[in-house]
Every structure is written in C-alpha cells, then in structure tokens.
Design a protein around this ligand. Structure first.
Ligand SMILES: Cc1cc2nc3c(=O)[nH]c(=O)nc-3n(C[C@H](O)[C@H](O)[C@H](O)COP(=O)(O)OP(=O)(O)OC[C@H]3O[C@@H](n4cnc5c(N)ncnc54)[C@H](O)[C@@H]3O)c2cc1C
Length: 450
C-alpha cells in the first residue's frame, strides 16, 4: 500500500466513473472539464471537484468575481458527492446537540444547528437559482430506534434539542411508525426530524459544476494534483501534464485526501467506508407489503448506522457504514452482508434483486466535527471537510464560507468556534485504522446490547 494510505489503492482509482444507480440515471455534465495541460495561473486553485470544491468555485466566481480553477483527479463529482445516499439532512458531525452544548456551550450548539439548517436551505436556493433539477423527494427524516432502549435516547435527544433550539420534534411509537410510515422489523419507534429532503446526488454535483462553469470558474477533470509546494506568495500545484500557480489554494478532498499532499493535513483525517445497494423497482403491492408508501428518509440509531430511502421509481436504497477492508474481494462480502441485513429488516423484500451496489469514503476528524480553516501561517492554503458522512448540505455550505474567506469577505453564515480552524491531528496517526477497527467492534457490541 502506498505510504500514508490507509485503504486498498483500488478505492482511490479515479480513472473511471463509479458504477452506481446515480451514474446510470444522471444527465451528462454538459460543460467542458478538460484535464489541465501546460502551465497555468489563477487566483484560487481548488483541489477536489465535489460539493465543497464546486460550491467554493461557484461562489468565488459568482459572488466575488474571483478567477478560480477546480482540479479533480477523476471525473467531476467522482468522490463521495456523486455517489452518496442523497440525504440532504442535518447530521454532519458525530456529536449530538446535547453533547456539543455540554462540551462547547449551548450557544455554540445552537449556532451549529442553525448552520446545518442554513446549509439545507442553501442547497434548495442553489437548485432554484441555478436551475438544477435535484429530483428532490420527501420532507424530513425519521431517526428509527433499533432497540427499545434507543427510544429513550431519542426522547432525550428530543428534549435536549428543544432546550437548545426551541424546536419540538415529534416522537413516534412503534405503532405510530407502522401505521403512518413503514413496517420495519426491529423498529421500536422514531424521532421525526422536520428538516431535510432526499436528492439525486450526482445531478446535484453536476448541476453545481455546470453553474460554476457558467459563472466562469474553470473545471479540470482527470487532473490529479501530485505535488503542492510553496512558491513566492502562493503555491504551485503539479499535475501529470502541467502545473498551476495560484495565490491561494483550497483543499476540498474530504475522505479522498491522499496523505503527502500537505504535511499540516497528514494524520488529521480518518476516511471510513460507507456502502450502498439499490434494489430493482418495487411494485406498489411489494411496497405495501412493508407498509411503505411515501419516499421517506430513514436512518437508525446504531453508531454504525443504516440509512434507507425509497427512490422516485420505487427502488429501495439501503446504505450502511462500517468495514475497514476496501479490497475488491471485501466489497463482494460487504454487499452480501448488506443484502442479509436488508432482508432482516424488510422480510417481504428478502429475495428482491439488487441492481446496483457501490461504496466510497466518508471523512472523520478526531474531535468528530467538521472543519474549515487555514493550513499555513500566511492563510493562503485552506481546508474544508470532515463531514462525518453528512456532507451533502454541509459541504455545500462550507464551500460557500471558504469562498468568502478566500475572497477576504465576511462569512455568509456564522460558524461555531469548534468548527473554525484546521482539524486537529490524531494522537497516533499511523494507528488510525486500528483505532477505527476497535471503535467498530465496540460500536457493534453497543448497538447490539444497549
Ligand atoms: C456511500 C456514501 C454515502 C453517503 N451518503 C450521504 C448522505 O446520504 N447524506 C450526506 O449528507 N452525506 C453522505 N455522504 C457523505 C457526502 O457524500 C460527503 O460528505 C460529501 O460528498 C463530501 O463532499 P466533498 O466535495 O468534500 O468531497 P468528495 O465529494 O469526496 O470529493 C473529493 C474529491 O477530491 C478529489 N481528490 C482527492 N485528492 C485529489 C488530488 N490530489 N488531486 C485532485 N483531486 C483530488 C477526489 O477525486 C474526489 O472527487 C455519503 C458518502 C458516501 C461515500
């Protein structure tokens, strides 16, 4: 394995699009994104062509009139942005509002909540203003208690959320959940979060890219940045076929960051696998067999959570976090495991064919919250990321905040202090994956018993 890389190299093979349901159903990019060739210059260079990088590019070009270029190793949106579950919801950290309030104060927790709500609204605004068809479905998200004890935890979460934000989220009993929404074997009840919706992630990321290009941002796909070095008052980014000189740089690689690009970020991020299967379309009778009518978004209360939604054409999208082996053989085992888990939750769909399966990397930080901040003393090199598997809305928002900071303008949204700054380094970076494995074992025990 290349030095500093935590997973099997195939997970970083960006030469081709990832075969997914989204890839099979999205319109093409529709704007030019040729590989960088020769020597170029620009004001701001952005490494990574996902929501973070493209939102930054769009806002730099549209709001601040700044000449910028996005360098993406694979096709535009190749990373998590083009292949996620499409949950545009709250939840871009691994700490509840109550935990954040105890750790950083209630005002900081409230600010985080407001930022997350603003992030969802930003996605909707961008879709409207830039004419992006998100294929939006559903409203809100159900957090499903996978054991009776977790219903009590959800009740606590509802109380803490109300105390911090003033919002009262309804708690549903098992019977209410079954009657109104879905019959899921293990569900003991659910918390109905009123925020968020489902979208087609690849449509969104390609729409963002097209909008950025229309506002004169330059896009380069197939452009892997292999070296980043300080030069004069800026940086030089070297790629296979050329190089780009920029006064400022944003690293927007999230979980697909490859160590060695910049020392300040090495050892600060922990990529983690998330996997998805999508079934063939389920008929109305098949959906009724599990009492599932509307295009709901569900996530369960496991630490290693399952996320589930019904797509527009009646297919079930079933996603799961976990696993630390990204080798191709492990992928087949993972998908077989997910099919068994799907059948366990929805027995009526046990034999239903799976048409699409894929996986990708989400990104964790040591302090379990997202981050935006400079990586150097001159504030010319920036990072935004670590969305903990919840970046659809937050990455879009932090791209916008990063654009404002790179332009020297005021923040469009106030960030809580705990997010402001580069992510801290893990105490023993070389043992990150071992730590994750141990954490997963503990989580599995906790999820099964508590
Ligand atoms: C399977 C899966 C399901 C998910 N489901 C959800 C969900 O339902 N809801 C939600 O909110 N979040 C979800 N997420 C997380 C969400 O997709 C991410 O948080 C978000 O897309 C991050 O966007 P980004 O632009 O920061 O990074 P990415 O979209 O990952 O983009 C980073 C890009 O950087 C590029 N790159 C890396 N190194 C270099 C280099 N040296 N040179 C050039 N380019 C480089 C990569 O090729 C990649 O395309 C999911 C993630 C996965 C993997």
């Amino acid at each position: 394995m290349p030095r500093g890389q935590l997973y099997h190299p195939s997970i970083h093979d960006h030469r081709a699009p990832v075969s997914s349901y989204w890839e099979a159903t999205a319109p093409p990019l529709g704007v030019a994104a040729a590989p960088l060739d020769g020597e170029r210059r620009c004001e701001v260079a952005i490494v990574g062509g996902g929501y973070t990088g493209l939102s930054a590019a769009l806002h730099l070009a549209r709001e601040h009139g700044i000449d910028c270029a996005v360098l993406e190793a694979g096709p535009i949106g190749w990373g998590a942005s083009g292949r996620n579950g499409g949950f545009c919801v709250l939840g871009s950290g691994k700490r509840s509002l109550g935990e954040l309030a105890r750790r950083y104060g209630a005002e900081e927790a409230r600010r985080f909540h407001q930022l997350q709500r603003a992030a969802i609204a930003l996605v909707e605004d961008l879709a409207r203003d830039e004419g992006i068809d998100l294929e939006a479905t559903g409203r809100g998200e159900l957090l499903v208690a996978h054991r009776p004890a977790r219903l009590a935890a959800l009740r606590r979460q509802a109380d803490e959320t109300e105390a911090i934000t003033g919002e009262r989220w309804p708690l549903l009993s098992r019977a209410e959940l079954q009657e109104r929404h879905v019959r899921m074997e293990e569900a003991a009840g659910a918390l109905a979060v009123p925020h968020g919706f489902g979208l087609h992630p690849l449509r969104f990321v390609r729409g963002l890219a097209a909008a950025a290009a229309r506002h004169d941002a330059i896009l380069h796909s197939g452009t892997d940045v292999v070296e980043l070095r300080r030069e004069g008052d800026g940086y030089r980014l070297r790629t296979a076929r050329g190089s780009l000189r920029a006064r400022r740089v944003l690293i927007a690689t999230n979980g697909f960051y490859r160590e060695g690009l910049t020392r300040r970020l090495d050892g600060c991020l922990l990529p983690a696998l998330s996997s998805i299967v999508v079934t063939r379309p389920l008929s109305a009778a098949e959906r009724a067999a599990q009492g599932w009518r509307a295009p709901l978004l569900l996530a369960d209360t496991r630490t290693l959570l399952f996320y589930i939604r019904l797509l527009r054409d009646g297919r079930l999208l079933f996603g799961a976090r976990g696993g630390t082996d990204a080798a191709p053989a492990a992928f087949a085992r993972r998908i077989a495991w997910m099919r068994r888990r799907l059948a366990g939750r929805f027995p009526a769909w046990a034999g239903v064919e799976v048409d699409h399966a894929w996986w990708g990397l989400v990104c964790l930080a040591y302090d379990r919250v997202p981050h935006l901040g400079p990586l150097d003393e001159g504030r010319a090199l920036w990072f935004a990321g670590a969305y903990h598997g919840g970046g659809v809305a937050m990455a879009t928002a932090l791209g916008r905040v990063a654009a404002a900071r790179l332009a020297g303008a005021r923040d469009p949204f106030p960030l809580p202090g705990f997010m402001d700054g580069a992510p801290p380094r893990f105490p023993l970076p070389s043992l990150r994956l071992l730590g994750l494995r141990a954490g997963y074992i503990a989580a599995q025990i906790g999820d099964a018993c508590l």
